[in-house]
Design a protein around this ligand. Sequence first.
Ligand code: AMP
Ligand code: GLY
Length: 446
Amino acid sequence: MGKKEKILIIGSGGREHAIGWKVAQSPSAPEIFFAPGNGGTSSIGTNVDIKATDVDGLLTFAKKENIDLTLALPDDPLSLGIVDKFKKAGLKIWGPTKAAAKIEWSKAFSKDFMRRHNLPTAKFETFIDFEKAKKYVAKQPLPVVIKASGLALGKGVVIAQTQKEANEVLENMLVNKTFGEAGQEVVIEEFLVGPEISIHAISDGKNYTIFPASQDHKKIGENDTGLNTGGMGTITPLPFVDDELILKIKKDIVAPTIKGMREDGNPFSGLLYPGLILTKDGPKILEYNARFGDPETQSYMRLLETDILNIVDASLVPDVGTPQGGSLGDVGHLQGRCPTSIVWKNGFACTIVLASGGYPGNYEKEKFISGIEEAEKDKDIVIFHAGTKTKDGKLVTNGGRVLGVSAIGTTLEEALKKAYKAVEKISFEGMQYRKDIGKKSLSTHV
Ligand code: AMP
Ligand code: GLY
């Protein structure tokens, strides 16, 4: 028998648990390590106590443990150049380089990229100077959108309803530096109206293939009210996104983005996740992410039939950094090292996030969690862990987003019904969740 492949998954959220869950089903049955992982990942692999941002620590571990493949999933290590460093050390790693991931970690860069390549997005200008920004904002219609350019955990976006509010936000970001480095540069942009969707395209730097469309629910409160969060629940595929719209998104957004990155000398190899808003003038790009979405991935993994390691392998090109070739074919067809197309289960998947009381503000940790086993008695339910850990042999909360309750069903309605039934079996002190995930999609439109 050959040696077992060793896979290192970086991160500690529901996304990492979901990808690990799928990797664990690979016919090659690899040995899985999570750095740092959570209370759920320890049941399918080994948690290693190294932070996702400790790139040198991760590199030392990967070398010492002879890791065969590292999956770099969260945005922070990508922005710190983990892929470049691992590659330089001769290690196999999946994810975009620091230069390619800039499409996420600098909104100023990504907006400029969209402008140069004529991609559909909100009208905008970028500023580092407070007085100039104030002058510009005074001439914009309200509401106006102000974004910290850097990574800010989804909290660096403000939709200002008045000029006074806009000025305060600009002063906080540019003068008081409340967002630190992330807010030293701001993007001021036009307010767009329409439903938001998430697109996931896996690319080898040249070719790509896209997943079914999905939708996150970013606000903490029902009917999309209250503060922004990392994401409170997802559904996929979307009943209101037809093949024609997918073709348009591929033609107008995904293909020119992949092509533009390659032409600019930064081929994007990894997972490109543009967040789109479907305006009456067509789909427009709100932002790019250079990674799998969370909780989108928790729903995706439930429908994915193909071995995820084959897909990852097909998107890994040894010559990233050069504009030449790759091995992923378009239109869902994988060529080269991956022998099959990406196959998805029929039906729908959804994920309901259970969060700590107080999230996305301050919250308490170490609350005892009960009911997971009971909830998973339904074979269509899988509970992915995010902010959990084990303490004295018991599962307790350890973060804002605690669990993702995922379900599959023949119809979206069935999947949601099952998921909410499972949610009722789980409890921890302060637990909160949105009761309207997927609701707008059920009522035909959005
Ligand atoms: P972002 O991090 O850029 O995706 O922004 C976070 C959230 O703010 C998005 O999911 C939207 O709900 C909202 N948002 C961002 N930009 C705009 C815009 N130009 N118009 C309307 N809403 C926006
Ligand atoms: N679902 C939101 C994100 O991953 O950024």
